[in-house]
Design a protein around this ligand. Sequence first.
Ligand SMILES: NC(=O)c1ccc[n+]([C@@H]2O[C@H](COP(=O)([O-])OP(=O)(O)OC[C@H]3O[C@@H](n4cnc5c(N)ncnc54)[C@H](O)[C@@H]3O)[C@@H](O)[C@H]2O)c1
Length: 286
Amino acid sequence: MERVTVSRLAIIGAGTMGAGIAQVAAESGYEVRLSDVGEDFLEKALGTIRKFVGRKVEKGEISQEVCKENLNRIKPTTDLTAAVAGADLVLEVIPENVEMKKNLFRKLDSLTPLETILASNTSTLSITEIGAATNRAQKVVGMHFFNPAPVMKLVEVVKGEKTSEETVEIASGVCQRMGKTPIVVRDIPGFIVNRFLGLLYNEAANLVYRGVASPEDVDTAMRLGANHPMGPLQIADLAGVDVVLAALEAVYAATKEERYKPCPLFAKMVKQGKLGRKTGEGFYRY
Ligand SMILES: NC(=O)c1ccc[n+]([C@@H]2O[C@H](COP(=O)([O-])OP(=O)(O)OC[C@H]3O[C@@H](n4cnc5c(N)ncnc54)[C@H](O)[C@@H]3O)[C@@H](O)[C@H]2O)c1
């Protein structure tokens, strides 16, 4: 499927998603330059990757040699110019802030040859808008991986208004080589998965907020009545209540559709620091 051969990736942003994507890319044979603004972020990311890849050796899934080869394919650097030099595809994985992303894309546009594909892992922002910050909108595409990236099989490949078919095909080919299933989606707020999840989170939180049922009962209803593997509030706690709120706010701001208006309970919980698993309490206590 890859008409243009992609062999070297630059991943910009080494947080939760950047580290996971770097791991799966290196395991799939890509040479990866992983970049962040500080050495400490890169060290943390590499520590996480070493831990997860090391576990595969312990479980006998891969040899020590393969583990070493995979890890050696990841080259960390805080120097953006060095990170993108020779990259066939640059994937941006920095925080979900449109001005930050546009700024970075402007830089990437000036640092890389025009044929280099510039991709974004954004969950909710417009690829068309991000692409407009460059002189190569046809080469700008969304590659929305899910958390944890090494495990989750789906990638939403987002086609901005000006993204070319060839760019979509190349990005989809890269996802497939990483063992993922890409789906192509037009550039609408929240794409597909977050539009559905947003509605589920919102309805579940509204039921709790109105005193209709407890979080446990709402989740039990969806697990046993709809056969969902996890209840929506369990997923919200896992993803982070702040992350859920931000995603709903972004989709609501872009669509103005009432159904995406965040349930007030989310903002209340964020104020109280009840962000889910990461703070020890969300809809549940951990
Ligand atoms: N966490 C999730 O569940 C999830 C899932 C899918 C998509 N996303 C999307 O992925 C993106 C990243 O999310 P995350 O959860 O990994 O965030 P994160 O905060 O864990 O990581 C972001 C990293 O980017 C770095 N960074 C900031 N500015 C930078 C710059 N100019 N250059 C290089 N590095 C920079 C930060 O230091 C940080 O290490 C966001 O767009 C988010 O919406 C997140």
